[in-house]
Design a protein around this ligand. Sequence first.
Ligand code: PMP
Length: 352
Amino acid sequence: MYEAFWKSAGAAADISIASWTSLSYFSDVTNLCWFLEPQLAHQIRRLHRLVGNAVAGEDRFIIVGTGSSQLFQAALYALSPPDAAEPMSVVSLAPFYSTYPPLTDYLRSPLHKWAGDASKFAGDRYIELVCTPNNPDGSIREAVLCSGEGKTVHDLAYYWPQYTPITHPADHDIMLFTLSKTTGHAGSRIGWAVVKDRAVAKRMIQYIELNTIGVAREAQLRAAKILQLVSDGYESPNPDKEMKLFDFGRQKLAARWHKLTEAVQASGIFTAPSFEPAFCNFTGDVSENLPAFAWLKCEKEEVEDLESYLKEKGIMVRGGSRFGKEARYARVSMVDHDEAFDLFVQRLAAMS
Ligand code: PMP
């Protein structure tokens, strides 16, 4: 979806990296996160300040990761006591992002284990994953558990103005963000964590040291340039060419949600979530929640497996059971290429 925006940016968003630079493992030995490129740290803080979506000043630790997926694992490692008798339970309210369970369990670690839907969990020792706006259903969430020993990780991948009104600067213990959802550069594999506590930050950094000895410096430099262009688009706009990424994203998503709603009504067999508009501090306007995914439910009694049903009709989705819900739900991407999205709504509208 973002390709057209970045094409129009042209050379202003490109970087060139000389072969003799960025050879060392180290980006900045004076920083606790020694593999974080200083320009990237600067542009991350600058963008959060501009957007007002997270408290990320100098008194917070920024940790870069190979995507927020690596930081998710680093957070689980950091929050699970190394010598506990039992693994920490990792939970999230259903429907939850389908990658949380396999990412928690694939190494069968003695440190942590997936324990499913947070609303069904009873116990004191847990890590609750709070994804807001939520993947897959776009809901705005807060932690559902509250126990003295419990920990939370806030996955704020979609807390950006193209997807949702920015109602307050988030200020949680561990907040995860990713370039993939902020600007569309998923393949650069850059994510960042904003962390309050130094000891937690240190353990997350230790995880990344052991796992990949840092994060590709070339990708970080590219991410810094991309984020710089995003902030410049608002703070020092070019009078000849408007480059406002969040406005671009909102317009695209608003048009797509409109088309999707029409297709859902035309078919008459689906329902999609609807959301209350809210005041967005960034746009200075009341705006709608425009999630990156549509969480569809099929109201036809006989359709119990919506993923297979839609596959037969030429629509690829991820079925509800992977998100901890019934298979009559499915998640559809709202951020694909224009052609794919248009084909999807045409096919959906034609169903009955
Ligand atoms: N968290 C959520 C909620 C996501 O939707 C995604 C990507 N689908 C990720 C994390 C992973 O992001 P990354 O590409 O940075 O690893």
